[in-house]
Design a protein around this ligand. Structure first.
Ligand SMILES: NC(=O)c1ccc[n+]([C@@H]2O[C@H](COP(=O)([O-])OP(=O)(O)OC[C@H]3O[C@@H](n4cnc5c(N)ncnc54)[C@H](O)[C@@H]3O)[C@@H](O)[C@H]2O)c1
Length: 458
């Protein structure tokens, strides 16, 4: 009797497992077939610096792509065939929108029609330096309302290890769907480097890790259609940590070289020459450069996602905290340099006119997010300076509630008691800056090769 009931149970388990296996195989196979044939409908959620290039890449690869964003102004610009991201040419958007290859909407119900969904929404820090997951959560809440069985969801936003399996997975499984069977879930870090003419979305290797092997396989297959090299890893956590290692590596090395710059300054050594000398070593050294502080959406923020998470595991991320402190001191160091440079000319900072060259967070891009220029300008204003700026990419900035408008470079330089180079845009006329400035504080070594006595280097 007992044997019979056990045998029956085992048999029904085998039938169930086979049914699940074939259901999984079917859903995965169907999606794989759609991906390879380019008939899969691709959705990109969040059409910013990351999402728009990605949407463009897949549309150019022959997929029908739907972009979803909460900012109506972005949707309107895309519908008009206009690109608002520097690395994505308007002509390309115009062509893709006109042919219907790329559409844009703020209506999440379109998710019902999608086979793949990439989430590229912001992951900022709160004032307390804790991760702000609200954008991811809001986007996922919308997706869960409309997600259809057999879809692939990939999170691309930079985040702490565990986000995909601890936060996203329960949200999707709550809807009664099983990962790896009814839907597929991956994390794939975005590595785009705005303004980099050599490496763009399609030729930056793409790391992808899924919750199950079937998820990883589909994620990798998906990216292979539009990206030259795909690197599958064993889990979503590994993929999440890969991104944090990359950005933490940068942040800490910049912190080290910023500290070295402060040391060299005290000892009267040219830090730029030191780095150039060290960089001649053909192995075991990679040059990083000092500057006025960290900027951008990634390097000043992402490592704190890691330190927040490790704190929960009882580990202090001491390198991150230290580098964060040193990098955070750099705007103060720059303002002290400005003050000292003016004093050398028997001028006080209070009441002086200081002209800032470049407010973008790095060279030749139009993004002022987290730019150290904002901190430097704020500190200069607090010490009573009359500050102006020029930047060919950024017509206006807000500093602590005050709006500044870009001035003509030449006029700004001519009228200034001190010029500070914060962003070394290639379009600035440095020869004229050197000729027409009373004194220049150069935080980027933009004036390398000039020996004029009115130049003060970092
Ligand atoms: N910018 C970079 O160089 C870069 C590089 C690598 C990784 N990342 C990471 O990629 C992610 C996106 O960064 P970004 O620079 O593209 O940000 P972004 O601010 O340029 O774009 C994000 C977009 O998401 C939209 N959005 C916000 N909430 C939404 C929601 N609930 N639904 C739909 N759309 C929503 C915003 O309107 C915006 O258009 C972040 O996690 C960032 O850390 C950025």
């Amino acid at each position: 009797m007992r044997y019979t009931s056990d045998a029956r149970k085992a048999k029904s388990e085998i039938i169930m497992a086979t049914a699940i296996q074939s259901r999984t195989a079917n859903r995965a196979d169907i999606l794989a077939e759609k991906i390879v044939s380019r008939s899969a409908r691709v959705g990109i959620i969040g059409l910013g610096y990351v999402g728009l290039p990605l949407a463009t890449e897949f549309a150019c690869a022959g997929f029908h792509v739907v972009g979803i964003d909460v900012q109506q102004s972005k949707i309107d610009q895309l519908r008009d065939g206009h690109s608002y991201v520097q690395d994505v040419p308007t002509e390309v958007i115009h062509e893709l929108v006109t042919t219907g290859q790329l559409t844009a909407t703020s209506d999440f119900s379109v998710v019902e029609t999608l086979d793949t969904i990439n989430i590229c929404v912001p992951t900022p820090l709160r004032k307390t330096k804790d991760p702000d997951m609200s954008y991811i959560v809001t986007a996922c809440q919308e997706i869960t309302k409309y997600l259809r069985p057999g879809s692939l969801v990939i999170l691309e936003s930079t985040t702490y290890p565990g986000t995909t399996d601890e936060l996203l997975l329960p949200m999707f499984e709550r809807e009664g769907m099983k990962v790896g069977e009814d839907f597929f879930l991956c994390f794939s870090p975005e590595r785009v480097d705005p303004g980099n003419p050599k490496f763009q979305t399609s030729n930056i290797p793409k790391v992808v890790g899924g919750i199950t092997p079937a998820c990883t396989k589909l994620g990798a297959l998906f990216y292979k259609q539009a990206i030259e090299k795909v690197v599958p890893v064993s889990s979503t956590r590994v993929a999440e940590m890969v991104k944090l290692l990359e950005n933490t590596f940068r942040m800490i090395n910049i912190g080290l070289v910023n500290e070295l710059a402060i040391m060299c300054d005290r000892m009267g050594i040219n830090v730029w020459e030191v780095i150039d000398g060290a960089a001649t070593k053909p192995f075991g050294f990679m040059p990083f450069y000092p500057g006025p502080g960290l900027g951008g959406h990634c390097i000043p923020i992402d490592p704190f996602y890691l330190s927040w998470k490790t704190k929960q595991a009882g580990i202090e991320a001491r390198f991150i905290e230290l580098a964060g402190y040193i990098n955070g001191q750099m705007p103060h160091f720059v303002v002290d340099k400005v003050q000292n440079a003016l004093n050398e000319n028997y001028t006080a900072l209070r009441g002086s006119r200081v002209h800032v060259l470049g407010v973008a967070y790095k060279r030749d891009i139009n993004d002022p997010r987290e730019s150290p220029a904002l901190d430097v300008i704020h500190l200069l204003m607090k010490r009573g300076a009359d500050v102006s700026y020029s930047d060919p990419f950024i017509p206006s900035i807000d500093v602590e509630g005050e709006t500044l408008r870009a001035e003509d470079q030449h006029k700004g330089v001519m009228e200034a008691d001190c010029v500070v180079i914060i962003t070394d845009h290639s379009g600035f006329d440095y020869q004229k800056v050197v000729e027409n400035s009373k004194v220049i504080v150069d935080t980027r070594n933009a004036l390398k090769g000039y020996g004029n006595p009115n130049i003060v280097r970092l």
